[in-house]
Design a protein around this ligand. Structure first.
Ligand code: NAP
Length: 255
């Protein structure tokens, strides 16, 4: 028996990294999984990995910043699988640019994906979601810390973490749990995995992290599964970061 038998889940941004690993794990635990993203070719790999294990999934091409896309995703989910229990708002973008060189357009763009995307997901899924369901908003350690040249990213993730708490309070009477995940440095394309010179980068992050390892998408999927199934946790945030947030001397080992 899986932990999510009979459940229906939507996972955004599952064409890569943390989202892909989460879609696979939720399916392995018995959920029917609708997964989304913009890149159809990359979606095929996720579909194949789930189908190979005998899981049930459906890919819907989706820009999380587009409200009409969200309405369509939820309608298709209900038509296809009949209900909705879990939403993982994982899709996100990142860029580094000094604030003085960042245009308002750059800032609005990252906010539209990272904030509007998660907000629209909650707004449109909640009316359709079964009581007792769960939402996990993938925020970031950078929702509660600063990172130079990442004002847009930090602002957007701070918003995700705080709106998680407000939304959780609004639906606590339906026993719907809404929590945020704060990954540390997770080895995905977003932080340079697969790019030129990525070994040096990986060693740098390993040295900076108290557990001396970068996180893996699988580590985040495990934490998301926990947040989807735990009974007495809502409006909270969980740092899964190899000890980075606890380390007042962060970075001093890397030089
Ligand atoms: P990733 O491998 O780059 O994956 C990002 C995913 O987001 C992709 O599937 C991408 O799909 C999707 N996406 C981006 N813009 C989208 C849009 N407008 N509409 C729909 N999907 C969109 O990165 P990742 O590391 O797995 O990141 C997943 C989440 O974890 C993000 O929210 C990120 O901020 C957060 N996070 C990551 C780290 C880390 O160290 N990796 C740390 C803290 C937080 P398409 O390209 O197909 O659209």
């Amino acid at each position: 028996m899986g932990k999510l038998d009979q459940k229906v889940a939507i996972v955004t941004g599952a064409t890569s990294g943390i989202g892909r690993e989460t879609a696979i794990l939720l399916s392995r635990e018995g959920a029917s999984v609708v997964f989304t993203g913009r890149n159809k070719d990359a979606a095929e790999e996720t579909s194949d990995l789930i189908s190979k294990e005998g899981g049930k999934c459906l890919f819907i091409q989706h820009d999380v910043a587009d409200e009409n896309n969200w309405i369509e995703v939820i309608k298709t989910t209900k038509d296809h699988f009949g209900s909705l229990d879990i939403l993982v708002n994982n899709a996100g973008q990142f860029f580094l640019k000094p604030i003085m060189e960042t245009s308002l357009e750059d800032f609005n763009q990252i906010c539209s994906v990272n904030i509007d995307g998660a907000w629209l997901g909650m707004k449109h899924c909640l009316p359709e979601m079964n009581d007792g369901g769960a939402i996990v908003n993938v925020s970031s350690l950078m929702g509660q810390m600063g990172l130079p040249d990442a004002s847009g990213y930090c602002a957007s993730k701070g918003a995700v973490t705080s709106m998680t708490k407000a939304a959780a309070l609004e639906v606590a009477d339906r026993n719907i749990k809404i929590n945020a995940l704060h990954p540390g440095v997770i080895w995905t394309p977003m932080v340079g995995a697969g790019s030129e010179g990525d070994n040096d980068l990986k060693s740098f992050f390993q040295l900076e992290t108290p557990l001396r390892e970068v996180g893996l998408p699988k580590n985040m999927a495990d934490a998301i599964l926990f947040l989807c199934t735990t009974e007495y946790l809502t409006g909270s945030d969980l740092n899964v970061d190899g000890g980075r947030f606890a380390d007042g001397a962060m970075g001093s080992n890397a030089s």
